[in-house]
Structures are given as structure tokens and as C-alpha cells.
Ligand binder design. Structure first.
Ligand code: PBG
Length: 323
């Protein structure tokens, strides 16, 4: 017997496949994370992330211009300060590296793409946690919210158009929205790392920001076992006023991403994190996979699962391919 229904009919030529593709990549939907190191006079390559570096202010500007020229939608900035302390003072200092770099990028590429900043204390604290600690050494949620409020104002003042709240403190979106609005900064966008999991895939990022952390973040980031809880976090962030929701990491959490995308009425993003990048680069360097094909497939997969935009260390390169 011969089949009447033949799905292969639509796959027979490149032109038909192109016309019937359900998901596409576009440079505007890619966001490039960038690291800037205080006091650096030239970029320092990262061993665990080939092709990625801790930038000097000059090389940071060049990387941002390159991203803008490739049509990338935004850059997400992370700062590595020279001095750290218990409360992460450098995060709220207008002359702290992240704020200085934000000012530089806002002036350089602020009209071409969206300049965004990571709003979290982990790069700035001497203990490496995302918040301040109480007398017992536990992360103090509500005291941390006060630091986040000040950090939001410093970043907005420096010219960040979008704040990425990645600390996983309860109530952080409401606290930051309130601080911004009270200061008349109703224009600043809040992107909430809503469902952020305590993940081994952040390994190379710890090198990228010279993380001081010993121990882990399991008391605030989510348990990888929990899908329903990801939805709960996303719903709370929406209620607190988040403009954009994010799921992170990407590839191991596509079910959560799909759940959040199905219920959200604001944009949903995903973060293809450092370990996802490192795995593909390492396998490709060994000749075990086709690098470009796999990079594209991971990004398509994340978009297909429901991400409107993706943070990826390949943003500029992939945008170049798409042009
Ligand atoms: C916290 C933060 C982390 C990442 C982005 N923001 C580290 C963490 O939560 O431990 C990880 C990004 C990556 O791995 O690429 N400021």
C-alpha cells in the first residue's frame, strides 16, 4: 500500500524547507553577554570559554560596536571589580567598573542596540554570594533588596536601559521597580531571571568573573528537579511588574521555558550559559561535532521552545552568519 499522507513532500528541496520552517533566527533576537575587568589594559582570554575574554574598557567598546554592526539586539554587561567587600560596595559606586563601562557603552552604542546590565552582587562581594550575609553567614533576603534598590539606581543613572535581575531574591522585582519609579525612572526596563536554576553549567562563568564563591547557591537558585516551581517564580515576577521574563540555563530547561512562554504575556528570554557554550566549543575543538551546525541547532531549539530572544556568547558570530 502507498501512503496518501506524505509529510516528506514539504522536505524535498531547500526552497520548500526554507518556506515551511516554523522557527527562524534573527540577529535582533540575540543578546551578547560581555565581561569588563577593572584595571585591565588589554583583553584577557578565558581558558574555559575559548573566544570569550574579560575586556578592558577599550576592547569592550570594540566588542560592543562589532555586535551593533552585526545587528545584535543587545549587550548584557558584567563587571569584575578590583576590590570586593562584604556588601559589594563597588556595585553602587558610580565609579565602579560596571557603571563606568555602562556609561561608556551607552554613549558608544546606546542608539544601535539595548545596553543592559546584570543586577546582582556576586561579582562585587568578597564572599561571592548574590546578596549580603546575616550574622550566621546566610544570605539575608530583605537586606539584599535594599542593596539591589541602590544598585538599580546607580545602573539607571549610568545609562543602562534594561536591568537583568539575576540574584533570585524573593521580592526583587517589586523592590527594584519601586526604587526606580520613586526616582522617576519609570523608563527603565526590568528583565527578571525568573526561573534560574542552581546549575553546574555556570562553571566557566565563575572563571569569567573571578568568582569568590565557596559553596553553592542552592538556598536561593532553584532545584533543577522542579518544573512547577519555575512557573511559580515566573508568575510572581509578572505580578511584581517584570517587563521581560527569563529562563536559565537554556538547553537543560526547555520544558520550563515552554511552560513560561505558554502563559506569559510579556516577552520570554533564555540564557544559553557559559557551560553550554564551553561544551560545544570543546567537542568541536576535538572534531567530534560540526561546530556551526550544532550552534545553530541549539539556538533554534531554544527559540522553538518559546524564547523570543536568547543571550548567547555566540551572538555576534551567529548574527554575522545570518546576514
Ligand atoms: C549571577 C549570574 C551568573 C550567571 C549570570 N548571572 C552566575 C551564577 O548565578 O552563579 C551565569 C551565566 C553563565 O554561566 O553564562 N550574577
Amino acid at each position: 500500500m502507498h501512503p496518501v499522507v506524505r509529510p516528506r513532500r514539504l522536505r524535498q528541496s531547500p526552497a520548500l524547507r526554507r518556506l515551511t520552517a516554523e522557527t527562524r533566527l534573527h540577529p535582533a533576537e540575540l543578546i551578547l553577554p560581555l565581561f569588563v575587568r577593572e584595571g585591565a589594559s588589554e583583553p584577557r582570554p578565558l581558558a574555559s570559554m575559548p573566544g570569550v575574554a574579560q575586556h578592558s574598557l577599550d576592547s569592550l567598546k570594540r566588542a560592543a560596536v562589532e555586535a551593533a554592526e552585526a545587528g545584535v539586539g543587545g549587550v548584557m554587561l558584567f563587571g569584575i571589580p578590583e576590590n570586593r567587600d562584604a556588601i559589594g560596595s563597588a556595585a553602587t559606586d558610580p565609579d565602579g567598573i560596571l557603571n563606568v563601562a555602562t556609561r561608556a557603552l551607552a554613549a558608544e552604542v546606546g542608539d544601535a542596540l539595548v545596553v543592559q546590565t546584570d543586577l546582582c552582587l556576586d561579582e562585587f562581594t568578597d564572599h561571592g554570594h548574590c546578596g549580603v550575609l546575616d550574622a550566621e553567614g546566610h544570605v539575608d533576603n530583605d537586606a539584599t533588596l535594599l542593596r539591589y534598590r541602590d544598585m538599580a539606581l546607580a545602573q539607571a543613572e549610568a545609562g543602562s536601559q534594561l536591568l537583568g535581575l539575576s540574584g533570585m531574591m524573593d521580592g526583587q522585582v517589586a523592590a527594584v521597580r519601586d526604587a526606580l519609579d520613586a526616582a522617576g525612572r519609570t523608563d527603565v526596563v526590568i528583565m527578571a531571571y525568573s526561573a534560574k536554576y542552581a546549575s553546574g553549567f555556570y562553571g566557566p562563568f565563575r572563571e569569567a568573573v573571578d568568582s569568590q564563591l565557596s559553596g553553592d547557591r542552592r538556598a536561593y537558585q532553584q532545584d533543577p528537579a522542579n518544573r512547577r516551581e519555575g512557573l511559580r517564580e515566573a508568575r510572581l515576577d509578572l505580578e511584581e511588574g517584570a517587563d521581560i521574563l527569563m529562563v536559565k540555563p537554556a538547553l537543560s530547561y526547555l520544558d520550563v521555558l515552554s511552560d513560561v512562554a505558554a502563559f506569559s504575556d510579556v516577552p520570554v528570554w533564555a540564557y544559553q550559559v557559559s557551560g553550554e557554550y564551553a561544551m560545544v566549543e570543546a567537542a568541536a575543538a576535538n572534531g567530534w561535532i560540526d561546530r556551526e551546525r550544532v550552534i545553530e541547532e541549539t539556538l533554534i531549539g531554544v527559540r522553538r521552545a518559546g524564547a523570543d530572544a536568547v543571550l548567547t556568547y555566540w551572538a555576534t558570530e551567529v548574527a554575522g552568519w545570518l546576514r
